[in-house]
Design a protein around this ligand. Sequence first.
Ligand SMILES: Nc1nc2c(ncn2[C@@H]2O[C@H](COP(=O)(O)OP(=O)(O)OP(=O)(O)O)[C@@H](O)[C@H]2O)c(=O)[nH]1
Ligand SMILES: [Mg+2]
Length: 662
Amino acid sequence: MEGFLLSFESQWIEFTMDRLMKHVILGTAGHIDHGKTSLVKALTGVDTDRLKEEKERGITIELGFTFLDLPGGIRLGIIDVPGHEKFVKHMVAGAWGIDLVALVIAADEGVMPQTREHLDICRLLKVKKGLIVLTKIDLVDRELLDLVKEEIAEIVQDTFLKGAPILAVSSVSGEGIPQLLETLDLLSKEIEEKSSNGLFRLPIDRVFVIKGFGTVVTGTVISGTLSLGETVQILPSDLEGKVRTLQVYGRSVEKTVAGERAAVNLQGIEASAIERGNVLIRPNTFKPTRLIDAYLEYLPSAPRPLKHRTHQRFHIGTTLTNASLFLLDRDEVTPGEGGFIQLRLEQPVVALPQDRFVIRGSSAIQTIGGGVILDSHPDKHRRFSSSVIADLKLLKDGTTEQALLQHIHHSGVVGTTLEDLLNRIERPPQEIESIIRKMAERGDLLFIDSESIKVIEKGQYQRLKERVLAQLGEFHQRFPMKSGLSKEELRTKLPLEVDVKLFQILMNELIQLKEVVLEKDKIRLPTHQISSIDEKGLVKRVEGAVLKGGLQPPSPKELSEEWSEREEEVRAIFEHLVHEGVLVKIKSEIYFHRSPFEKLKGELVNYLKEHQEITTSQFKEMTKASRKYVIPLIEYFDQIKLTLRLGEKRVLRGASRSPEKR
Ligand SMILES: Nc1nc2c(ncn2[C@@H]2O[C@H](COP(=O)(O)OP(=O)(O)OP(=O)(O)O)[C@@H](O)[C@H]2O)c(=O)[nH]1
Ligand SMILES: [Mg+2]
């Protein structure tokens, strides 16, 4: 921005005035040489064709920028676009985000191909208002002028420019320019003021270096605000930097707001690392995407039906990339029709629902369609799926609340956060948050974390609850002799992504509603009681037999043979008693009752405190048991880190530490 070199002293009065002003941006459009740049110069005195090549060839190549103070007090930002068919891609970048268009038509030539194409692009981008400027009237007579007006009426019918003012001017003589100014003033007043509540987003249209300042990027602030000193991020490269200085229309400001054209001087990012089409945001507010769901409007002027999976050029913001178009609800789209599509992009872009886009052909390069983004982070879809189409219809025509609920539903038992939802719905954070809170009050959803605003849909929560109960039931069936599961064991049976906090909420609720019982750290279903299953009183008998065995206890196999009971059943009871803490399992097939075991442990500790060390045969003497039990026992004490083996002897491990409680 040329004005960037202007002085940086603070101009408080002007600054405060700026804050009260409405922000309107006008774009030119029209066929090559029809007088767009000349018109901007006649209005502002500024020649926006700055490049040497532009001057030499007498055509516009890059976008031109300037502004105009209208009589009513509105400062009108102006973007001048090239008319050459080769530079339509620049025109799309310039037209994305404008409020008003001046469709320029030279009276001596009338409607030409790029007149129509630029008009189509403005329609597809949903430019709200505009006017038609008939230029070069000094070159024609009245008769021809009337003829061109008829032509104009024909091309604008069924468009947003139907009935729009037509201004006849000469940029050479200045005729008609005052009337044009008046009309611009009127139209600008009708433009709705933009809200600055959204998240900051600026699609970059230029990058350059200014000596002494460094990297500067420019663009139109699409939403939100940005202030001096803030940290910003460039997408899709993820580079971070700081806002060193800020300019709006050539003047230093402390803050820029939605609807303004801003020049941002960045500290910490090389200009060479940024290109047109990148997007400036606050760190981690948006995620780039390569998969997009959209509704496509296929232009009546498109040369042939659009087939499934064709490659086209995709324009969004100031970005151009290649896209493969998957037709979701039909075999082909005939010109003049529309349809739901999924776009797979070659390069990641920043896109939000409600953003408009333009599609241009990849071989014969012409504008063939465009439309609206519905979901910028969808799953890959199957074609012709009625549920997918129903979801997309709702995103296209439903309310913000319906769209929100749909996204929350699709986040399943994992849930989603406000941060993610802001990437899925183009509404200010405050608005989304207040809808979420309302939905929670109504019981449509549940907060997992109220600080980060993480939520789960109520239906999904119920599903998770049923799943927990089913898992528990299944466990009881498989291990009837086990009293239950620890919370942690139960959690590992659920999908990994289930939030720990959510699981806690769920457990608390289940316990409170008595849908599960928490007993000795184990969760069980209320209906599951071992004593009721154990009709033969096996639990008591096993405990008794093992206790009686002292330090030479019977194994499950031995007891099952002795009692002629199924070995599996007896073993399950041993395991159950271990679970309950009644038995201690030393190794497979060797279970001790806790009371003789603890007694022995105490004896061993005392012995070692007194003698410092013990040999295996001394230990055998202490237990009066056979080697079959002695070796596993002493090894178990090593294993639980009570003792330490040194050659043939054992010592107390960490003599000062209290022995492991097990
Ligand atoms: N006589 C006459 N000539 C004009 C008028 N407006 C523009 N011209 C001339 O028409 C030629 C093209 O004008 P530009 O303003 O560069 O046209 P443009 O639409 O910006 O062209 P591109 O940006 O390349 O698409 C120049 O030679 C202008 O001097 C006008 O009102 N009357
Ligand atoms: Mg020009």
